[in-house]
Design a binder for this molecule. Sequence first.
Ligand code: FES
Length: 94
Amino acid sequence: MTRRVSARQHLVDFLREELGLTGAHYGCEHGVCGACTVRVDGEIVRGCLMLAVQANGRTVDTIEGLSDSGEIAGLQQAFHRHNALQCGFARRGC
Ligand code: FES
């Protein structure tokens, strides 16, 4: 998929506003809380600290895709069991 983005648009904004993928969201906006977490080329990144243009040509996995695949079902269940509700990983499982 190819999209035009503004130079200063953060990845989490692009995912939410342009693609309607709302699982990652803003919390602290400083790279601390993890609410904006996504996976880029297999590495965990904070979507509030990464610009959308930096994802050009890279593979971005969101909680929606990971949740649908069942890849993190055990983690989501553990977060739910322990009331860890803010993290982007647990968002769709809770
Ligand atoms: Fe808290 Fe990104 S919004 S780490």
